[in-house]
Design a protein around this ligand. Structure first.
Ligand SMILES: C[S@@+](CC[C@H](N)C(=O)[O-])C[C@H]1O[C@@H](n2cnc3c(N)ncnc32)[C@H](O)[C@@H]1O
Length: 260
């Protein structure tokens, strides 16, 4: 009998993190504030939904700090979910669901009817305005009274365009230096993942479902996306949350927290 080849899931998880950090050098900082806010609002043993979890980076940080937590990880991408499943293999606290957050009945696939916290990072900018508004309403319904939603994503404060431009220029020049030193960008990372024979089938499914990042630099689904922090705060309040505020920000991104 031939043994099934095993990928080194921890290495894949690690290389995903490095690739994401190339775009967001302060990624760990936003995760830290996110987990702080979960702990502060809903305590040390919450039931959490990690929305558009990718390889499970948030869940990893959350469980390190809050080992009593239980997490449902949801994503549409079979390859990223495969890495996440490998990374958390044997950990009964983590459950995986493959689902499209824009599909009408995706919440029916979840193992729980209610959550203490919903967390997400660098993902909801993939959704157009209308599906995102609908999703915010759905999340308000999934959270228990007093539960918390946290979204870290690209969100601008457009009140200071010259400061934003100056910071963007600095970060772009740092990125270029890091690329020269060998940092993997999004397309290069997907190229490496597709070349791993263990991931090849998941890569084909992913490319058929969402496109091949090696060929297309711009996601055609990004037609009508909200861009400002204010939009997110106002929409959360409008869709059933009682309080919403920014709890962290950088030049291009913010972490917003909303209380059910
Ligand atoms: C840049 S990754 C971020 C992953 C993870 N949150 C992190 O911080 O590493 C964006 C994620 O959103 C997921 N995603 C995008 N659109 C989705 C949808 N409609 N339904 C479910 N997941 C989606 C992608 O598959 C991908 O895993």
């Amino acid at each position: 009998m031939t043994a099934t080849p095993l990928s080194d899931w921890q290495s894949w998880q690690h290389s995903w993190d490095r690739q994401q950090e190339w775009y967001m050098p302060d990624r760990e900082e936003r995760f830290r504030v996110m987990v702080d806010t979960v702990e502060a609002v809903v305590g040390r043993a919450p039931r959490v939904l990690d929305l558009a979890c990718g390889t499970g980076s948030i869940t990893d940080r959350l469980l390190r700090r809050l080992p009593g937590a239980e997490v449902t990880c949801v994503d549409i991408d079979p390859l990223l979910l495969r890495i996440a499943r490998g990374h958390f293999d044997g950990d009964a606290r983590v459950t995986f669901v493959e689902a499209d957050l824009t599909a009408p009945a995706w919440t029916g696939l979840l193992p729980a009817a209610s959550y203490d916290a919903v967390v997400t990072a660098t993902a909801l900018h993939w959704l157009d305005t209308e599906p995102l508004e609908r999703l915010y309403g759905t999340l308000a319904g999934l959270l228990r009274e007093g539960g918390v939603f946290l979204n870290a994503d690209h969100m601008a404060d457009e009140s200071a365009p010259r400061i934003n431009a100056a910071l963007r220029a600095l970060y772009t020049s740092r990125q270029e230096q890091e690329r020269d030193a060998g940092a993997l960008d999004w397309a290069a990372w997907w190229g490496e993942a597709a070349a791993d024979p263990v991931l090849a089938e998941d890569a084909s499914r992913r490319f058929a479902l969402l496109g091949d990042p090696r060929e297309r630099r711009t996601d055609p689904r990004r037609r009508d996306r909200p861009t400002t922090t204010r939009w997110h705060l106002d929409t959360l309040l409008d869709r059933g949350f009682g309080e919403a505020r920014q709890v962290w920000c950088s030049a291009s991104d913010a972490l917003v927290a909303a209380l059910r």
